[in-house]
Design a protein around this ligand. Structure first.
Ligand code: B4P
Length: 192
């Protein structure tokens, strides 16, 4: 299964991708996690990304594509993947198409988790308290939501226009959202 998970910041992409990975036995590729690992390791790339992420802006397309090509060069992605946090603008959507075409792959579904802004602000305020992530400050969250509307919403429209989009209600318990995603991608559990 090759899945692209879309949704506003805090919509639960990372949370659900972690569960989907265990269920579908494919790697979870989170561009946010890849970037945070670079920041934590203090690499030149991480130093470049740190301020941009804290502000809530998007890190450059060039850096992201390099990271993604590197990750996709690993053998574990041949059986499938859950891509979380990419693409975030139309240039990245085109780059993803080109990368997958080069690898002779296509994704099976682009799933958008829909959550209203009020709920997102609440969730990220909770995570700010629990984890202290710099980009979960109220100011940065507001900015991230604007960036999402301006740059990522066109990607949703692009996939919708191409008949590749599946929308899932992201409000509910973690289990409820998880089972909605499985149903939407035709992988619902068939327990006796
Ligand atoms: P990401 O790491 O992608 O972060 P996110 O959008 O905040 O996370 P997500 O939607 O996964 O939310 P989560 O499950 O954690 O990006 C961070 C930054 O990295 C970006 O702002 C950007 O700077 C950079 N970046 C990443 N990808 C990039 C790209 N392609 N191009 C350029 N820059 C890029 O959930 C959030 C919270 O909600 C958690 O606390 C969770 O516990 C809670 N939650 C989840 N599901 C819930 C539910 N059903 N009910 C209640 N709470 C729930």
């Amino acid at each position: 299964m090759r899945l692209v998970l879309l949704g506003a910041p805090g919509s639960g992409k990372g949370t659900q991708a972690a569960r989907l990975k265990d269920y579908l036995h494919v790697p979870h590729i989170s561009t946010g996690d890849l970037l945070r690992a670079e920041v934590a390791a203090g690499t030149p790339l991480g130093l470049q990304a740190k301020e941009v992420m804290a502000r809530g802006d998007l890190v450059s397309d060039e850096i992201l594509l390099g990271m993604l090509e590197d990750r996709f060069s690993r053998d574990d992605t041949k059986a499938g993947f859950i891509l979380d946090g990419y693409p975030r603008n139309l240039a990245q959507a085109a780059a993803l198409d080109a990368l997958l075409a080069k690898l002779g792959q296509k994704f099976d579904a682009a799933v958008q988790l829909e959550v209203d802004n009020e709920q997102i602000i609440d969730r990220l305020a909770g995570r700010a308290q629990a984890e202290g992530r710099a980009d979960d400050s109220p100011e940065s969250v507001r900015h991230r939501l604007n960036v999402y509307d301006q740059q990522t919403a066109p990607v949703i429209k692009f996939y919708r226009d191409h008949g590749q989009l599946t929308i899932v209600d992201g409000v509910g318990t973690l289990d409820e959202v998880f089972h909605r995603i499985l149903a939407a991608i035709g992988q619902a559990q068939t327990t006796a």
